[in-house]
Ligand binder design. Structure first.
Ligand SMILES: Cc1cc2nc3c(=O)[nH]c(=O)nc-3n(C[C@H](O)[C@H](O)[C@H](O)COP(=O)(O)OP(=O)(O)OC[C@H]3O[C@@H](n4cnc5c(N)ncnc54)[C@H](O)[C@@H]3O)c2cc1C
Length: 372
């Protein structure tokens, strides 16, 4: 039973799935509840356009979704802070500004954490892609330093690492910089089909990007892979996958071995059905759903419907099932994209136009105008 006349729904993090919830409230009216968003940043950053931004295809403002007006139009109260801990039994969230927020239902979409330091070791030249807003502002400052920095290592052989290698190779600020992609022991794009790997390898070679299928690590101030030093390097960019933040485990939420919050098919946290989690911070226990923006995006509308039902005292009914398994459009940052879908690997300018259309259409959906 709800503890207050008007139940409190707490949304933590303006992750992709929560944008779907905010959009639903905005379009269809908020449910009979007080909805509070806890998010420290003014804007949500969209990762899919970051490599294109590095290459000068987009401005920084084009990858950002400003939250203030969106949230206001959705009838949501915004608490500009970060969650640092929660008491899932008492249903209280602890924030970094020292306040506590009680809730009846809570939904978490706080994304993954950076793990570059853990995987590679520490070094002042290390630039982690996560959290994305931190990466964007650090690269904005670094790129102004300009031509001094001419050799970059990108660590990570997944789609993010490959796209970042293309982005930096075609950087508008560090033009003609040399890029080495250290793909890890599983090599290039291990989760994608052979035709995609073939296309990517061919394009990387055509752009003069060296690829190493080895693990990288800092040792005595040098980046080492396959037993040899990759120095001299001016910058080491890490796209080594999402790690989990510490607070879920420390707060007593059930987590998998990697620290991601375990949820059921309705995104409800196992053992705490009034708390839900979606996107990279969550791990589905009923089926495999990878950590990708596309899944976080498409789980949003489902989450919105389920939250509405739960706020009305009903059980959630819907479950998000991935429609686009392995749907990726890699930006080569030279006017083309490589499509990875169901084992297929296609490349072309029309795919780049398709990617741009999909990305900008998604961003535009949340770009609202009105009196501020
Ligand atoms: C270069 C690159 C390219 C990529 N391209 C693609 C692609 O083309 N397709 C694809 O499917 N995936 C792509 N990905 C993966 C994708 O970025 C992630 O899967 C996605 O960002 C995860 O989204 P999320 O909603 O879980 O979290 P996020 O988008 O990370 O959002 C989390 C939000 O929560 C906030 N937050 C964090 N901690 C707290 C806290 N403690 N309290 C309150 N708020 C908090 C943050 O400020 C942020 O606004 C790419 C990744 C990279 C690195």
């Amino acid at each position: 039973m709800m503890s207050r006349v008007e139940p409190v729904l707490l949304l933590v993090g303006a992750g992709h799935a929560h944008l779907g919830v905010i959009d639903d409230w905005r379009k269809h009216g908020p449910p009979a509840a007080r909805t509070v968003l806890v998010e420290p940043l003014d804007a949500m950053h969209y990762s899919g356009m970051v490599p294109g931004w590095i290459a000068g295809e987009y401005r920084a403002s084009e990858l950002q979704i400003p939250l203030a007006l969106l949230v206001r139009q959705a009838g949501i109260e915004w608490h500009k802070a970060s969650l640092v801990a929660m008491d899932p039994v008492a249903r209280i969230a602890r924030l970094d500004d020292g306040s506590d927020v009680g809730f009846d239902i809570c939904s978490l979409a706080t994304g993954g954490a950076g793990q570059a330091g853990t995987v590679l070791g520490s070094d002042p030249r290390l630039l982690d892609i996560r959290p994305l807003p931190g990466f964007v502002s650090r690269w904005q400052a670094l790129r102004e330093i300009g031509p001094k920095h001419r050799r970059i290592a990108v660590v990570g052989g997944g789609a993010g690492g490959v796209e970042l290698a293309f982005g930096f190779r075609n950087s508008e600020h560090w033009s003609d910089c040399a890029v080495v992609l250290v793909a890890g022991e599983h090599g290039l794009l291990p989760d994608h089909g052979a035709p995609v790997r073939h296309r990517a390898r061919h394009e990387l070679a055509a752009q003069g990007i060296e690829v190493l299928s080895a693990e990288a690590q800092f040792a005595d101030g040098e980046l080492v892979a396959d037993g040899r030093s990759l120095e001299p390097l001016d910058l080491v960019v890490a796209a080594v996958g999402s790690g989990a933040p510490d607070w879920p485990r420390e707060s007593g939420l059930p987590t998998d071995a990697d620290g991601f919050i375990e949820v059921d098919g309705h995104q409800r946290v196992c053992g705490f059905p009034q708390i839900l989690a979606a996107g990279d911070v969550a791990r589905r226990t009923d089926r495999h759903v990878g950590h990708a923006g596309v899944h976080a995006v498409y789980s949003g509308p489902v989450l919105a419907k389920n939250l509405r039902r739960m706020l009305a005292g009903k059980a959630p009914r819907r479950s998000y099932s991935p429609r686009f398994m392995d749907f990726y459009l890699l930006n080569t940052c030279r006017g083309e994209s490589i499509l990875s879908y169901a084992g297929l690997g296609l490349q072309g300018r029309w795919l780049r136009r398709l990617k741009d259309w999909l990305d900008t259409r998604w961003i535009r959906r949340f770009t609202v105008r009105g009196a501020s």
